[in-house]
Write a protein that binds this ligand. Structure first.
Ligand code: VGL
Ligand code: ZN
Length: 204
């Protein structure tokens, strides 16, 4: 079944139109190799995302970047009884976007999970992302980033919930769990109704 889709989707073309928006999820230093909670090969998506950024920017389409933006005593950290080593502490180098990621000046940055007592995997949780998308006229969202099975998956879930048509950039996601890589997460997103695509599907 999935093999079939992979074969078909090589020929699929999607034309970018008004109402399309790009969302980059948590592409931050701490989630890249060398960071405190590295996603294996997370760095590989940066040049791919740069190509998407150039394309969306050239079409005059809005671009959003979410970031994990935790206080130093965040509840998701091991010391507070959570599951993760400290990561993406607000305003630290680990929370910064890598300098290799080429953002246009008009990018919309959305910080999330900034309250000490609550974690948030989705870019929509307690943020203005939905309002920003609506006011930009977005109807279809194209989502890539890290990690596939946590923040990308949950952002996709909420985007579906808010009735956007959702495309997952399957060449620009990576999973925390290397044993499944992003295969499992991609299947989950597909069964939610998201459409996986590669850059070649968008480029004319
Ligand atoms: C994430 C674990 C903890 C993510 C964020 O961006 O996927 N994962 N915080
Ligand atoms: Zn986090």
């Amino acid at each position: 079944m999935s093999t079939n889709f992979m074969n078909n989707d090589r020929f699929m073309k999607v034309k970018l139109v008004a109402g399309d928006a790009l969302i980059l999820v948590d592409v931050q230093n701490d989630f890249l190799p060398g960071g405190s909670l590295p996603v294996p090969d997370g760095n590989e998506i940066v040049p791919v995302l740069n190509r998407y950024i150039v394309l969306f920017h050239a079409h005059g389409l809005p671009i959003f970047a979410t970031r994990d933006w935790h206080p130093s005593d965040h509840c998701s950290f091991l010391q507070q009884g959570g599951s993760w080593p400290p990561h993406c502490v607000a305003s630290t180098p680990g929370a910064a976007f890598p300098s290799s990621l080429e953002f246009p000046p008009d990018i919309h940055i959305v910080s999330k999970a900034a309250a000490p007592e609550k974690d948030a995997y989705s870019g929509f949780t307690d943020t203005k992302l939905n309002a920003l998308l609506r006011s930009s006229g977005a109807r279809r969202v194209f989502i890539g980033g890290i990690s596939a099975e946590y923040c990308v998956l949950n952002t996709v879930k909420d985007a579906m919930h808010y009735h956007y048509a959702v495309f997952v950039l399957k060449d620009a996601i990576r999973a925390m769990d290397i044993s499944s890589n992003h295969g499992r997460a991609l299947e989950d997103m597909r069964s939610l109704g998201a459409t996986p695509i590669c850059f070649e599907a968008l480029a004319a």
